[in-house]
Design a protein around this ligand. Structure first.
Ligand code: NAD
Length: 264
């Protein structure tokens, strides 16, 4: 299948590791030009260098939780060219009891997980509609529709992103622009691998047993009974960005291995 992404300009926020980096790689493999973003120049440069053997890669250092950095990022992107695909991937989470989460932490979740996507969508949506092509893809989470008690602010921020995506999709009516959210479930990124390995070590269990027991006891509705791979999530992002997915607009696309026990 030709995804017709060749030459398209793609910005993936928070793409120096994890799903963002995986998506950047998949876009490059489809011939797209990709802008890597992260908070440190060293981190951005390292990924630009690593991926530049696959295709055309640019790097822009910016903290997308800050309004002034978003403004800077938008200016830099516009200097490169017209943005075809915006992937709002940046997201943070912390396991913490609800009663201990401070107002400051709530506001930080909102800045990093929600306002980053709001600001960048506001900057690029209108122009995409004028050009009659564009894709905005927001990385939400299965936690946005299946709240976890130890991740309440994270879940709330992801529910917001799902609503944001559908709301923006409504604005695109009759144009060639689509806005969708993606809901990964537990995904085996470098960060997650470290987190889970530490938990297994704390329990004195080997990693395989720990993972099997996690899915059996904590995620019994998972149909795949394993972590999704970064590539599985990345390829879903890339497909939704393609011209082949032009009829998919305003959806919350799950890549959660069936954890959400629902037909819709
Ligand atoms: P990750 O932590 O591995 O990578 C996030 C990237 O964002 C990092 O490169 C980090 O440096 C960057 N980043 C963080 N804050 C930033 C900021 N303010 N400005 C710019 N860059 C910033 O994350 P991941 O696990 O790959 O997750 C990617 C997205 O997918 C997130 O939105 C996350 O909530 C969502 N998600 C992940 C999982 C999972 O299991 N990994 C599950 C569901 C949803």
């Amino acid at each position: 299948m030709d995804l017709k992404l060749s030459g398209k300009l793609v910005l993936v926020t928070g793409s120096t590791s994890g799903i963002g980096k995986g998506a950047a790689k998949s876009f490059l493999q489809e011939g797209a030009r990709v802008i890597i973003n992260g908070r440190t120049e060293a981190g951005v440069n390292a990924v630009v260098e690593e991926l530049s053997s696959i295709g055309t890669v640019y790097g822009i250092t910016a903290d997308v939780s800050k309004a002034e950095d978003c403004e800077y990022l938008v200016k830099k992107v516009n200097k490169i060219g017209d943005l075809d695909v915006l992937v709002n991937n940046t997201g943070i989470f912390e396991v913490k009891p609800f009663l201990e989460v401070t107002d400051e932490e709530w506001l930080n979740y909102y800045q990093v997980n929600v306002l980053s996507a709001v600001r960048l969508s506001r900057a690029f949506l209108q122009e995409m509609m004028e050009r009659n092509f564009g894709r905005i893809i927001n990385l939400a989470s299965e936690a946005g529709i299946k709240p976890y008690p130890e991740l309440v602010p994270y879940g709330v921020s992801k529910t917001s992103l799902i609503t944001l995506s559908r709301g923006l999709a409504e604005i695109t009516k009759g144009t060639g622009v689509t806005v969708n959210s993606i809901l990964p479930g537990p995904t085996w990124t470098e960060g997650f691998a470290q987190f889970i390995t530490d938990l297994a070590n704390e329990k004195g269990q080997d990693l395989d047993t720990f993972i099997k027991e996690y899915f059996k006891n904590d995620q019994p509705t998972s149909l795949i009974q394993r972590y999704a791979t970064v590539e599985e999530v990345a390829d879903t992002i890339v497909f939704l960005a393609s011209e082949n997915a032009s009829a998919i607009n305003g959806v919350a696309q799950r890549v959660e291995g069936g954890i959400i026990q629902s037909i819709l």
